[in-house]
Design a protein around this ligand. Structure first.
Ligand SMILES: Nc1ncnc2c1ncn2[C@@H]1O[C@H](COP(=O)(O)OP(=O)(O)O)[C@@H](O)[C@H]1O
Ligand code: SF4
Ligand SMILES: [Mg+2]
Length: 420
């Protein structure tokens, strides 16, 4: 772990200890979001009659809770259904099946009109700060839009509130009349964050909030999200395509594979004792900045590509790539079951499980890094150092951006591009 990572962890630990006296452990707090049986099947139509020819099973039966004030990290390779999940939680996409409760209220069946007053409580930060901000609008208009949409007049007026928000996210009140193109990618993401926080939401869904940013900027944005969470008691669902980004921000982490959660656990538990073979493989692919550790590190080869979500493998969906596969894996779906403590895993033969606690422990085939050229590239994300080694107060450089929705917070129901 890097210095920055340790510092980040220390801060979290200190905050946890500080808060322990007057607030319950985050794990004991009330559930803010409860998701049950969530599915999204996108129909595929063909021919002139637009006959239904199948479906992309993007999300295929998710159960999870997010407690007040916690950060749940949602991780998995590109195309496994993370964004679809985030957009359903935000009610920007209609689920095919299942329920979403927010603050104890079932919001699944609410109409757009019924949802409008609730929208201020849940906001989204998009992957791409470039296209999620309307280029024709000034920063003042963009960040002030939620007030206008919700017909909220803050004390002192919208302009003052927007300027305070800009300061809050590390920008200057003078930026009020500027346009998005005048900013670097990191600054644009700060504008997106300011807009998301305008109405002081309870839940923020951040879909790959730093993936499109230059690695040198990522730590600053991650640290900003952390600071804002502490200041406003925000609850986060943070989506990422690799384990390194969520490692230092999440209280719990859920790992997705082909539309399903295969493992969910407290962060420490997951990182110290991953149980699903897929999680173990993802973990082994996270780059290690320390050359000495890199030398001794072992990587796991995942054979083959991710199967199509149109026709996922039966029973355990990971069986076509799993080095531990047995006959039962191809015929019986392993349920997502609690193995130890609050650690849930969907596997017939989980790793790191003491004998007698629900799973045969097997020898894992490990491959030395030199031979691991074909390690699943999608699993390898930004280097651990990238989100931890940079001073949060440092100046931002111009950086790269990628695609995303516009600043009217209702993106269209179109196939997203793959995560980087
Ligand atoms: N509107 C859509 N129509 C058809 N397929 C879609 C649509 N949106 C997403 N998909 C498909 O659903 C799967 C999951 O997509 P997504 O949720 O974007 O994954 P992730 O965010 O994990 O990369 C992918 O196969 C994707 O192509
Ligand atoms: S159920 Fe079988 S195939 Fe699936 S992850 Fe576990 S060991 Fe591998
Ligand atoms: Mg996505």
């Amino acid at each position: 772990m890097t210095e920055g990572a340790r510092a980040g962890d220390d801060v979290k630990a200190a905050q946890a200890a500080e808060g322990a006296a007057d607030s319950p452990d985050v794990r004991e707090r009330d559930v803010l979001v409860r998701v049950r049986g969530l599915r999204k099947h996108f129909p595929i139509r063909s021919g002139v009659t637009r006959r239904r020819a199948g479906a992309v099973k993007a999300v295929d039966g998710l159960d999870f809770d997010i407690r007040e004030g916690e950060t749940l990290g949602l991780v998995g390779e590109s195309g496994c259904g993370k964004s679809t999940t985030g957009r359903m939680v935000m009610r920007l996409l209609e689920p095919t099946e299942g329920t979403i409760e927010f603050g104890g209220r079932d919001i699944t069946g609410l109409s757009r009109g019924q949802l409008r007053p609730l929208r201020r409580d849940f906001q989204m930060i998009f992957q791409d700060p470039q296209s999620s901000l309307n280029p024709r609008h000034t920063v003042g208009t963009i960040v002030g839009l939620p007030f206008r949409l919700q017909k909220v007049t803050p004390e002192g007026g919208i302009k003052k509130a927007v300027q305070e928000l800009l300061e809050l996210v590390g920008l200057s009140p003078e930026h009020y009349n500027r346009y998005p193109h005048e900013f670097s990618g990191g600054q644009r993401q700060r504008i997106g964050i300011a807009r998301a926080l305008a109405l002081r939401p309870k839940l923020v869904v951040a879909d790959e909030p730093v993936s499109a940013l230059d690695v040198s900027i990522q730590a600053q944005v991650v640290n900003l999200l952390d600071d804002l969470q502490n200041e406003f008691g925000l609850t986060y669902l943070i989506i990422a395509h690799d384990l390194s980004v969520v490692r230092h921000t999440s209280d719990r982490v859920a790992v997705m594979y082909l539309g399903k959660i295969v493992e969910i656990a407290d962060r420490e538990d997951l990182y110290s004792s991953p149980k699903h073979p897929y999680t173990v493989a993802l973990m082994s692919a996270v780059p290690v900045p320390d050359p000495a550790r890199r030398e001794t590190r072992e990587r796991i080869l995942l054979k083959g590509d991710v199967p199509s979500p149109m026709d996922p493998p039966p029973a355990c969906r990971f069986h076509t790539r799993c080095w531990k596969v047995q006959d039962i894996c191809k015929t019986q779906e392993p349920p997502l079951a609690e193995i130890t403590g609050r650690h849930q895993v969907a596997c017939h033969f989980p790793e790191n499980v003491p004998a007698g606690e629900g799973g045969a422990v097997e020898v894992v085939e490990l491959v030395k890094p030199g031979a691991a050229a074909d390690v699943d590239a999608a699993a390898a994300g930004v280097a651990e150092a990238s989100v931890t080694d940079v001073d949060a107060s440092g100046a931002e450089a111009a950086d790269a951006d990628a695609g995303g929705p516009t600043d009217v917070a209702e993106p269209k129901d179109t196939p997203p591009t793959s995560a980087p």
